[in-house]
Design a protein around this ligand. Structure first.
Ligand code: PLP
Length: 365
């Protein structure tokens, strides 16, 4: 550290110079994050100093966390779901596995996850000492449920299905997984970190949530399609009591125990997540999602016209192509299979899509 502090103006000119090195979202087509909705930014600023790690000191903010859980639980067809606001999909997935592992005593515990699953499950397995059994995908990059039954055994503590895969935007056959989970009496965790704020707002939503009796827990991230500030995730469980198995005593706080992974936790991004849900309502979210889906369709059609076929027709707003050139100035990503990947987030507007297609066609010229 400096011996003597830096004058504020110098400090902020230094910070601005660093901030200018960041990319603007306009040309970022590779991210599942997006600039926060204006009401999220405003709510975040109001709750900047709040700490949900000591909820007795911030009962108002804690009530907003409860409201977030109730709103998302209701969206997932279980208004009384248990849950709390996590730092994102990674923490939700780790915590879901912790619960699943504690609910079943297994000598050599394993989990059965699709090959498309997010890398956070590798972290979860490493931390928790779980064997990861990978289920192959079908031709459309969805989990091949035929293969699941053979991989499940007496040591299986959880099965995972993904709603909106990170790479291809596919929704696994959760209703089939729900049947398998009930049949084999295994915990079913649905990773809807991305798709949880998309699928419920589609014109024809496929069932993936607590309406399916085998679904035990769901991850859903307000900081992705929920347009909240970062970090805002949520883990929901069918039974609120399951969180008790994660409790540790917290002698010097306003609460006697806590089940969260993080200790000090931001209230600001939770208030921001609630703000967006309340402000937009189901109608508003439907409009946002319809726009993103429409832009994804237009992008796919435009790319195919230019001679870059889609890898698959996605279930949510993630478009993938056989294409290995990117016009200068744009950020796209590449899947493990080498496909170009574009996430049609709210900042990827129709204008942005059209400009990208023009720039793509210039590459050819
Ligand atoms: C983004 C994502 C995650 C990880 O979420 P973080 O918020 O980055 O921790 C997990 N699963 C899926 C399907 C995701 O899309």
């Amino acid at each position: 550290m400096r011996e003597v502090g830096c004058p504020e103006e110098d400090l902020f000119s230094f910070l601005s110079s660093k901030r200018r090195e960041d990319l603007g979202y306009r040309n970022i087509l590779s991210s599942m994050c997006t600039p926060p909705h204006p009401v999220a930014a405003r709510a975040h600023a109001m709750f900047l100093e709040t700490n949900l790690g000591d909820p007795g000191l911030f009962p108002g903010t804690a009530a907003l966390e409860d409201l977030l859980v109730r709103r998302l639980g209701t969206l997932m067809h279980l208004p009384d779901a248990g849950g709390y606001a996590t730092s994102g999909g990674t923490e939700s997935n780790i915590q879901a596995f912790r619960i699943a592992k504690k609910l079943k005593s297994a000598k050599f515990p394993n989990v059965v996850v699709p090959a498309s699953s997010h890398f956070s499950f590798m972290k979860a397995c490493d931390i928790l000492g779980l064997e990861m059994r990978t289920v192959p995908l079908d031709a459309e990059f969805r989990m091949d449920t035929e293969a699941v039954d053979d991989l499940v055994d007496n040591n299986t503590v959880a099965i995972v299905g993904v709603v909106g895969t990170t790479e291809y935007g596919m929704v696994d056959p959760i209703s089939r997984l729900s049947e398998i989970a009930l049949d084999r009496d295994v915990f079913l965790h649905v990773d809807a970190a991305f798709g949880g704020m998309v699928v419920p707002f589609l014109d024809r939503p496929v069932p993936f949530d607590f309406s399916l009796p085998g679904v035990s827990s769901i991850s859903v991230d307000p900081h992705k399609m929920g347009m909240s500030t970062i970090p805002a995730g949520c883990l929901l469980t069918r039974s609120p009591e399951w969180f008790a198995c994660l409790n540790v005593d917290t002698p010097y706080l306003t609460v006697k125990r806590e089940c969260t992974l993080a200790g000090t936790r931001p209230g600001a991004s939770v208030a921001a997540a609630v703000a967006v849900l309340e402000y937009l309502g189901v109608d508003g979210m439907r409009a946002v999602v319809a726009g993103c889906m429409e832009n994804a369709r237009r992008l796919i059609e435009g790319m195919e016209t230019l001679g870059y076929p889609r890898a698959v027709t996605p279930d949510v707003n993630v478009a993938t192509f056989s294409c290995d050139c990117t016009p200068p100035g744009w950020r796209v990503s590449t899947t493990r299979n080498g496909h170009m990947r574009i996430v049609c987030m709210p900042h990827v507007t129709r204008d942005v899509v059209e400009q990208f297609l023009v720039d793509m066609s210039d590459i050819d010229a």
